[in-house]
Ligand binder design. Structure first.
Ligand SMILES: [Fe+2]
Ligand SMILES: [Fe+2]
Length: 251
């Protein structure tokens, strides 16, 4: 746990809060992107990590600078603490339009609900300080309404659950082939569609990517490991096909 500045230049920084969660919880990565006087927190995490993440974020940026929250999709390891984040900050939150009416079930106060903003299926651009971030459509990777964030200044892609690794004993991927063992099980079960995998790879190949940071596990620290990861996703089979044999009435 702790914060690492993966990029810092000219009033812009991309900060990774790595490996929050303990015991049976899947550890989560959180990201802060700060540009001049505005910051966004990506995938803030659930209740159990809220206090620690809040402490860390407040140490990194003035809380008044936290203008935006981004939820890549609707899972509890991302949005469960939405109410607390909205209460403690003035931030506007962004999530797929598919999930706007589901998030209040996590216990978001009625007065805070207007600060949940829908991201349209085709994605959008969000101004941040003197720059602009891209919310990229990444539907079915794994959620039906799912987005990733590309920061053009640090040339970093936050890929949400895509690229998640479970249990690697390191934070940076140096040997891609050796790293596949920590990603494979998760992707073969959670990423349903080979076609969505390929469409995503085609889309992000059009971006200038220096590193890729997923919501769980180790990140791809340079252009070469990021390219290897994108190639791996392009050839990844879909979970639906891999699981055809389980569609049987249980005995
Ligand atoms: Fe998820
Ligand atoms: Fe996740």
């Amino acid at each position: 746990m702790g914060a690492t500045k993966l990029y810092e230049a000219d009033g812009h920084s991309f900060i990774l809060l790595e490996g929050y969660g303990h015991g049976e919880m899947v550890p989560t990565n959180q990201v802060v992107i700060h540009d001049h006087n505005e910051a966004i927190l990506l995938d803030p995490g659930g209740h159990k990590v809220h206090y620690e993440v809040l402490n860390e974020v407040s140490a990194l940026v003035p809380v008044n600078d936290l203008k935006y929250l981004f939820f890549s999709h609707q899972d509890p390891d991302i949005v469960a603490a939405a109410n607390a984040w909205l209460m403690l900050t003035e931030a506007e939150a962004y999530i797929s339009e598919l999930w706007i009416r589901f998030i209040p079930h996590f216990g978001v106060d009625e007065l805070l609900i207007p600060r949940l903003n829908p991201i349209p299926d085709k994605g959008m651009r969000l101004p941040l300080g003197n720059t602009e971030l891209l919310f990229l459509p990444a539907h079915f990777l794994h959620s039906a309404g799912n987005f990733q964030v590309y920061d053009p200044l640090s040339r970093t892609l936050f890929s949400g659950d895509l690229g998640a690794s479970i249990g690697p004993p390191y934070v940076e991927v140096t040997d891609f082939d050796q790293h596949v063992q920590y990603m494979e099980g998760f992707h073969h079960r959670y990423m349903p569609s080979a076609k969505a995998n390929r469409l995503w790879a085609d889309m992000v190949r059009g971006l200038d990517i220096e590193r890729i940071v997923p919501q769980h596990g180790a990140y791809f620290p340079d252009a070469e490991t990021s390219r290897q990861f994108i190639d791996w996703v392009a050839a990844l089979p879909g979970a639906v096909e891999l699981m055809e044999s389980v569609y049987r009435v249980p005995e």
